[in-house]
Write a protein that binds this ligand. Sequence first.
Ligand SMILES: [Zn+2]
Length: 113
Amino acid sequence: MAGGNAIRGTRVGAGPIGESERGESAPRRRVSYWCANGHEVRPSFAVDADEPEFWDCPRCGCPAGRDEEQPPAPPRNEPYKTHLAYVKERRSDSDGKAILDEALKRLRERRGE
Ligand SMILES: [Zn+2]
């Protein structure tokens, strides 16, 4: 009967991610990272996988590195703000209007207006 399978599937999906269960079947190792604010992060990786050079600190968002004495420097600006500043710098409102006017002018010329 199909109903039995549906119920079993729901039970498996509803539970939390079985970290301990999977940790037993696939051996994992923990690697320590330290951020500039002194937070230690210990993500776990598969034994046969290379750990990345940097890891984002979940507490403050700074990059964390393998060397406790020399953690990577925190980014000076938030990336989002920097990106917005870039856009505003490169294309001001007046520039945008000039580009639009130019495009309209060419369109009208092509139509022979
Ligand atoms: Zn941190």
